[in-house]
Design a protein around this ligand. Structure first.
Ligand SMILES: *[C@@H]1O[C@H](CO)[C@@H](O)[C@H](O)[C@H]1NC(C)=O
Ligand SMILES: *[C@@H]1O[C@H](CO)[C@@H](O)[C@H](O)[C@H]1NC(C)=O
Length: 341
C-alpha cells in the first residue's frame, strides 16, 4: 500500500459516501473503503473535519442526490407474503442464524430476505434465521421497525437504544434465542451485510462429530491488541499480550453447549464482556474449553474482506450485490462474487 501523499505536493482527495460506507480516492486512485459504524448511516454525519499539516485550497460537494437512498429507507420494504419467515417449529432445529442489523437498515434486511434467506433449509424451517435489532435513536424509525417485525416475523428487537457496545449484548441475545427459543444444535452469528451459503455452512458443521463442541470461522490466532490510535485498547480493558483465538465477527458458528454456557454465565453475571464482540466470543469459548475440549475449525472461506470465489460467507455486500450473488447461485449453481456497488 503506497502512501499517497508527499510533502508540498498538491493532491485531490475524493470522499464518496455510498449506501454501505465511505470510499476514499487520492488523485483518482482508490486508497481505502470502510463501512459505516453499526447503527450509523450517512444522514447521521453532520460534519467533516481535517487534521494534520495541510492547506485546504478548495472543497467541492458534487452529485448530491435530491433524495438520498437512506432517506425514508423503509420504502425499500416489499410487503409481499413471499418474504415472510416461516414460524419456528416445536422440534429441534439444526442451525439458528442470528443476523446483527440496525434499526434503519430496511434495505439491507430486505435484500437478505430476498436472497440467501430463500434457501430451502430456511424455507423448510430446518434452519431458522432472525435479525437482531436494537432501538433506533429516532422514534419514527422504531415505528417502522415494529411494523416490519410484525409483518415479516423475522426480527428480534433488543430493547435498548443502539450503540456500538450493544453488539456484545446482541451476541448473547443470539445465543439465548438460539438455544432457548429455537432449541438449535448450532448457533451462527452474522451481519446484515454478509451473504451466507446456508447449505455449505451446515456441511462444514457436519464434518465434526455431533457429540463434539465446535467453534468454526475465520480464526485469528495470536492477535495482539492495538495499543495506540483510534481503536486503541487500554491495558485496563485488556491486560494480556494477545487475544485468545477468535473468529472474525461477520460469520462464525458455535455448538449449543457453548451457547448455553455463555447464557448461563451471563445470567450469573459471570460473563466477561469485552468491547469487541468477536474477541469476547473467543474469550468465552476459551473458558468453555477449560472444562470440555472444543474443536476449533479455521477457514478463510468465511470471508472477512469482501468476497472470494467459492466463499462460504462474503462480507461488505450491498443490497444489490446480495441479490446478484443469489441470482448467480440459482442460475449458475456457483458461488460467484458480484463486484459492483
Ligand atoms: C462421540 O461419538 C463417536 C461416534 O460417533 C464415539 O466413538 C465417541 O466415543 C463419542 N464421544 C463421546 C465423548 O461421547
Ligand atoms: C483447549 O483445550 C485443550 C485441552 O485442554 C488445550 O490443549 C488447548 O490448547 C485449548 N485451546 C484453546 C484455544 O484454549
Amino acid at each position: 500500500w503506497a502512501f499517497p501523499f508527499a510533502e508540498g505536493k498538491l493532491f485531490v482527495l475524493t470522499l464518496r459516501a455510498s449506501l454501505e460506507g465511505y470510499h476514499v480516492n487520492v488523485d483518482g486512485r482508490h486508497v481505502t473503503s470502510f463501512p459505516y459504524r453499526l447503527g450509523f448511516t450517512l444522514e447521521d454525519a453532520t460534519g467533516l473535519s481535517l487534521n494534520g499539516d495541510i492547506d485546504v485550497h478548495s472543497v467541492f460537494a458534487a452529485s448530491l442526490p435530491t433524495s438520498h437512498p437512506s432517506f425514508a429507507p423503509e420504502r425499500n420494504l416489499d410487503w409481499s407474503n413471499r418474504w415472510r419467515a416461516p414460524p419456528i417449529l416445536d422440534g429441534p432445529i439444526e442451525l439458528f442464524i442470528g443476523i446483527l442489523s440496525a434499526g434503519n437498515h430496511f434495505a439491507e434486511r430486505m435484500a437478505v430476505r430476498k436472497s440467501w434467506m430463500q434457501n430451502r433449509l430456511i424455507k423448510s424451517s430446518k434452519t431458522v434465521a432472525r435479525f437482531f435489532v436494537a432501538l433506533h435513536a429516532r422514534k419514527e424509525v422504531n415505528v417502522e421497525l415494529k411494523k416490519e417485525a410484525d409483518f415479516f416475523g423475522d426480527i428480534v428487537i433488543v430493547p435498548y437504544v443502539d450503540n456500538y457496545d450493544l453488539v456484545v449484548i446482541k451476541t448473547v441475545a443470539i445465543c439465548e434465542y438460539g438455544v432457548r427459543r429455537a432449541s438449535a444444535k448450532y448457533i451462527m452469528k452474522t451481519d446484515d451485510d454478509t451473504f451466507v451459503r446456508v447449505d455449505v455452512v451446515l456441511m462444514e458443521v457436519k464434518k465434526i462429530p455431533e457429540n463434539k463442541s465446535l467453534y468454526i470461522g475465520n480464526m485469528n490466532y495470536y492477535h495482539k491488541p492495538m495499543r495506540s490510535g483510534k481503536w486503541a485498547v487500554t491495558y485496563e480493558e485488556w491486560p494480556e499480550e494477545v487475544y485468545p483465538p477468535y473468529a472474525n465477527g461477520p460469520g462464525y458458528i458455535i455448538s449449543s453447549d457453548i451457547a448455553n454456557f455463555i447464557v448461563s454465565d451471563f445470567e450469573k453475571h459471570k460473563l466477561r464482556l469485552f468491547k469487541m464482540e468477536d474477541v469476547s466470543m473467543g474469550m468465552w469459548v476459551e473458558k468453555f474449553n477449560d472444562s470440555r475440549a472444543v474443536e476449533y475449525v479455521h477457514s478463510l472461506k468465511f470471508c472477512q474482506f469482501g468476497c472470494i470465489e467459492d466463499y462460504y460467507t462474503a462480507h461488505y455486500q450491498s443490497p444489490r450485490q446480495m441479490i446478484c450473488m443469489w441470482n448467480k447461485l440459482q442460475q449458475r449453481g456457483r458461488p460467484l462474487c458480484c463486484n459492483m456497488r
